[in-house]
Design a protein around this ligand. Structure first.
Ligand code: SF4
Ligand code: SF4
Length: 316
């Protein structure tokens, strides 16, 4: 394998979760490593703690006994107990991730999103489950947040995993310059590539960015024969309409017979991440109930299948 000096094991990545024994984000049994920071702000994001860079305090209000132990240990003055006895977190002050508050809290009311981890340590974690990958055809998937935002550490990690014979995937919005995407491509066995809406203005409305660069990068990966599975988070009234789905079908149709095009996964919206918003003192940005029912899923799946495109419903 080419060694272009990017596989430095000492590089640090800002990570907000590591999930083992995942069966959804790529083939087989997988370890998922969540990279912090994302250029998109999808209204339905189930990992809001992964959107900003840096560190955030996650506060389980119901577990707090207002003892005040976290107040004096914070070097930034982020915690205080109000005159009314309420625990107040000053979200305007940047948390430096020292974890002093997390460690002193006896009720586990506090945790910190964001840990700098070396590539070397991450490889060690991945390799703990090599036997499961070998048995199941699994491997490692880098997700987020958006892994493309930390290219140096992520590419080093992917390269190191490949050297150890571990299958690699990334779960991505595709929102980066093409050069960055192609640097990743050399070390990625399969892209799990989100297409959230076909209309650029609607994409902007729901995610905070337009989608032209996302679609250009997707086309380039498919044209250059890199393995790609397209994933569509499906939300009623947001992206399940005929125009958006038909647009995506038309875009993908030329690649239907490419061996490197691995089909489409439809990911029905779920509410698993809703609690996290209140723990971050953020108002949940999505109103209504956009969970697609079986009829919607059947209709959308049929639209792909009728255009000769493999599509499957993937429930988390
Ligand atoms: S240490 Fe824990 S329980 Fe005590 S005030 Fe802080 S968050 Fe609440
Ligand atoms: S991690 Fe450190 S800086 Fe951040 S809130 Fe806790 S004590 Fe304060």
């Amino acid at each position: 394998m080419r060694n272009d000096g990017m596989d430095t094991l000492e590089r640090k990545a800002l990570i907000f979760n590591v999930q083992k024994y995942n069966m959804y984000d790529g083939p087989g049994v997988r370890t998922i490593i969540f990279f912090k920071g994302c250029p998109l702000h999808c209204l339905w994001c189930s990992n809001p703690e992964g959107q900003p860079g840096g560190h955030q305090v996650i506060f389980k209000r119901g577990s707090c006994i207002h003892c005040g132990a976290c107040v004096p240990v914070c070097p930034k003055g982020i915690h205080r107990i109000s005159a009314a006895g309420e625990h107040v977190i000053d979200r305007e002050i940047s948390c430096i991730g020292c974890r002093a508050c997390e460690e002193i809290c006896l009720t586990n009311a506090l945790s910190i999103a964001g840990t700098y981890m070396s590539v070397s340590d991450l490889v060690d974690i991945v390799m703990e489950d090599k036997a499961f990958y070998d048995y199941s055809g699994g491997g490692v998937t880098l997700g987020g947040g958006e892994v493309l935002m930390q290219p140096e550490a992520a590419i080093s990690l992917l390269a190191a995993c490949k050297r150890q014979g571990v299958n690699t995937a990334i779960e991505t919005s595709g929102y980066a310059n093409m050069e960055t995407v192609m640097r990743f491509a050399e070390y990625v066995d399969c892209f799990l590539y989100d297409v959230k809406h076909f209309d650029p203005e609607e994409h902007l409305k729901y995610t905070g960015v337009r989608n032209e660069r996302i679609l250009e990068n997707l086309a380039a990966l498919l044209e250059r024969r890199y393995a790609v599975k397209v994933r569509i988070p499906l939300l009623c009234g947001i992206n399940d309409g005929e125009r958006s789905i038909d647009g995506i079908c038309g875009f993908l149709r030329p690649y239907a017979d490419y061996k490197n095009f691995k089909g489409v996964d439809l990911l029905p919206y779920h509410k698993l991440g809703v609690n996290k918003y209140s723990q971050l003192d953020i108002k949940y940005p999505l109103s209504g109930d956009p969970v697609p029912d079986d009829a919607v899923l059947t209709r959308v799946k049929a639209m792909f299948n009728n255009r000769g495109l493999d599509a499957a419903v993937m429930r988390h």
